[in-house]
Design a protein. Structure first.
Length: 369
């Protein structure tokens, strides 16, 4: 069965002309991208009391993305955001931005954005239901964004209505070779797909995502996390059969025991070739608390891969930030690793990867079309 799957080799990651599309599959994040999406913060979101600070962070993300590939910005305030970025960004970078105007509840593009399959017959855009992480927050407008993007003819590909199943992009990882990684705690959490057990969910995901298997993590959770344990806060596939993951070495930390159990389970995982994964530990950031003394879910696993670069969250912790950067540089040797201060993002319990969604090649239409 494995031979039927296109095997992505890291050295080809920026040479799409060498890639042979044999079947529909969920590409890894380092697959060539036609662009990325940001859903912009505004006063009607939970960012209202820290809007200047989060806007600065989004401007930085927009710069780093649009310096390397096209960027789609989704916002109900196109004119205002366009004026801001025209002032803040170099003209060559600003010129790579496209716009989609529509109402939004929040800004977490990873979780309300399309999950895109690619294959020899072109991309398939999977529109799953987003319900605010199991009904925790309003999400009806965010749940309509993907349909509005299709109506505005910004994206290319076959639209697939998957709205009968709740799934966020941050809940799954793909190595592009038929393996999905997820946490059982998230997919089984109340409010998502009640009435389905883990076997039901696995069967549905394998069929819908055209995958061969799912590696389930049964441990790992960050204090302050609203997602019930999204995989992109804990462990991430990387090129070369590697997994970057959060390691806690402080026995006094409340995360220590659970993350140690997660690490043990990661060590038990095997590739499709029945070999152990190369495990790449990322440091646990020093604890960061909000104004009420609640711990915030800072994590270096929430990095975002774009064409030619890995955008990595930093937390003004020079030693930890540098240790994480060096670890990611080793596993992404052909990418530039760029740090972005994400302390404001974790105040709303997300980070850099949560704020972004990539479009594989041939999805985001070129601006001139």
């Amino acid at each position: 069965m494995e031979e039927r799957w296109y095997q992505i080799r890291f050295e080809e990651a920026n040479e799409p002309e060498k890639m042979e599309m044999r079947e529909m599959f969920l590409p890894p994040e380092w697959f060539p991208q036609s662009g990325a999406q940001l859903t912009w913060p505004h006063a009607g979101t939970d960012w209202h009391d820290m809007l200047p600070e989060v806007t600065d962070c989004y401007v930085r993300m927009a710069y780093e993305i649009a310096s390397r590939e096209p960027l789609l910005i989704v916002t109900p305030e196109c004119k205002q955001v366009e004026a801001l970025l025209r002032e803040k960004l170099p003209s060559a970078v600003f010129g790579k931005i496209q716009w989609a105007e529509c109402p939004t509840d929040d800004t977490w593009a990873r979780d309300h954005g399309f999950i895109t399959l690619v294959g020899e017959n072109g991309p398939r855009l999977l529109d799953f239901q987003f319900n605010g992480w199991g009904g925790k927050f309003p999400a009806s407008q965010d749940n309509r964004i993907n349909r509005k993007l299709m109506e505005q003819e910004i994206l290319q590909g076959e639209y697939a209505d998957c709205l009968d199943f709740v799934l966020e992009g941050g809940a799954i990882e793909s190595d592009g070779q038929g393996t999905i990684m997820a946490t059982s705690g998230c997919l089984l959490a109340p409010g998502r797909n009640e009435g389905m057990n883990l076997a039901d969910i696995e069967e549905h995901l394998l069929r819908t995502l055209h995958a061969q298997r799912i590696l389930w993590l049964d441990h790992g959770h960050l204090e302050g996390d609203d997602t019930d344990g999204h995989i992109d806060t804990l462990a991430r596939f990387c090129p070369g059969q590697a997994i970057a993951y959060v390691r806690c070495t402080d026995k006094s930390d409340s995360h220590y025991e659970d993350l140690a159990l997660m690490e043990k389970q990661l060590r038990s995982f095997r590739t499709l070739q029945d070999e152990p994964y190369q495990l790449v530990p990322l440091p646990m950031p020093d604890a960061i608390y909000d104004e009420n003394g609640e711990r915030l879910p800072a994590t270096y696993a929430n990095f975002f891969v774009v064409n030619g670069a890995v955008l990595m969250p930093t937390y003004n912790q020079p030693v930890n930030d540098e240790t994480a950067k060096k670890a990611l540089q080793k596993v992404f040797p052909q990418h530039e690793v760029v740090g972005i201060d994400c302390r404001v993002l974790i105040r709303q319990h997300g980070s850099l990867h949560c704020s972004t969604m990539q479009f594989p090649s041939s999805v985001l239409k070129p601006i001139h079309e």
